[in-house]
Ligand binder design. Structure first.
Ligand code: ADP
Ligand code: MG
Length: 348
């Protein structure tokens, strides 16, 4: 899940790894435990079951001043749908747990649920349970989403090989730009006169919408998995530089990303120009785009390009998997340098 504090997220990853080392063990039917976008369970049938959960804390993952409750619910569901998408699975069942401060009105929780269910409706995901408690400090929302694949097949973070191409869906950086616009609606650098060029209302609305109502790439993930087109995949919840690192760690490979190839929307480009930063910075650091990052053998690339075009999926080839010793590098105009460990908060 996306984290707003770069330092905190580094600690979190170390904590998760040590918890996994100390307390996780093999279990019957367990295909994939801690370390991927979802855990995978095998049953007696041919199906695999995929489990993912996210905990969202007020003030850490969402801010009620800048995000309407409908969007808090919508985005929480999308974060989980995106993890199921990154496994190439079909989302099926939803459990929701809440810790609610006394000051909250019931109507607020209804609106939050409306957002949750709106995000799930296109996928026919059923709400099957959860838990409710009082909270002494802020709202907490925990979502568990269960998905299935008909066959014993999934897109894992491991599996990328040197020479594979790196692809990304959609455009990157929009959600971070949208969040910055929402947060700056009272004390805006845009309003304080830093704005260098024209920034249209439609660009602004597009970027804010990409933050409040992101789209998980569920159909795209299923397509990649069903047709065995990808060697590894992850969803972009922490930003390209962080999530590519997770995929490379699990696959034990390095990577080379060509910065000029990273897909950036006209709106994000215009926003970056207006605040005087490089759009690449937004794309690398921006969390919560919920796009898919995947790798594919060069043999599959023609097929991917052709089928993606026919289906109307935007898939961009942004680089190549390299051997582990190569590290993770980004190239721009022929110059290579290590990709920084950036995440969300750095460029806010
Ligand atoms: P994502 O960004 O895809 O939601 P996370 O970074 O939250 O993934 O988690 C990475 C992996 O660590 C996942 O397999 C997740 O289930 C596992 N994980 C996260 N927190 C814990 C925890 N407190 N205890 C056990 N496993 C955890
Ligand atoms: Mg994920």
């Amino acid at each position: 899940m996306a984290r707003r504090q770069a330092d905190a997220s580094i600690h979190e990853f170390a904590l998760i790894r040590s918890l996994a080392d100390r307390f996780a063990h093999r279990a019957p039917g367990l295909v994939q435990g801690i370390g991927d976008d979802a855990a995978v369970i095998e049953t007696a049938s041919q199906a695999w079951w995929h489990f993912t959960t996210d905990l969202l804390a007020e003030g850490v993952h969402f801010d009620l001043k800048s995000t309407p409750p409908e969007s808090v619910g919508y985005r929480a569901a999308m974060a989980n749908l995106s993890d199921i998408a990154a496994m190439g699975a079909v989302p099926r069942y939803l459990l929701v747990s809440l810790a609610i401060p006394r000051t909250f009105k019931q109507s607020y929780i209804y609106v939050l649920y409306r957002g949750l269910m709106k995000a799930c409706r296109p996928y026919d995901v059923a709400l099957i349970g959860g838990d409710t408690s009082a909270s002494k400090a802020g709202l907490f929302l925990s979502i568990t989403l269960v998905g299935t694949t008909n066959e014993r097949r999934a897109l894992f973070r491991h599996g990328a090989k040197a020479g594979d191409r790196i692809y990304v869906s959609g455009t990157l950086g929009d959600s971070l730009a949208g969040l910055q616009l929402l947060m700056s609606s009272t004390s805006s650098s845009l309003r304080r006169g830093k704005q260098k060029t024209e920034f249209s209302r439609s660009h602004r609305q597009f970027l804010i919408r990409r933050h409040t109502h992101p789209a998980a790439r569920v159909a795209e993930g299923q397509w990649l998995n069903d047709r065995r087109l990808a060697s590894a995949a992850i969803d972009l919840s922490d930003g390209l530089s962080g999530d590519l690192r997770h995929l490379c760690d699990e696959s034990k490979v390095g990577a080379e990303v060509e910065l000029g190839k990273i897909p950036i929307s006209p709106a994000c480009r215009a926003y970056a120009r207006a605040i005087g930063v490089s759009p690449i910075r937004l794309a690398l650091a921006g969390g919560e785009d919920y796009e898919l990052l995947f790798t594919a053998s060069p043999h599959n690339c023609d097929k991917i390009d052709r089928q993606a075009r026919a289906r109307g999926y935007r898939m961009t080839h942004i680089g190549t998997i390299r051997p582990h010793r190569f590290g993770i590098q980004m190239t721009s105009e022929g110059q290579a340098r290590p990709m920084p460990v950036t995440s969300y908060e750095h460029f806010r």
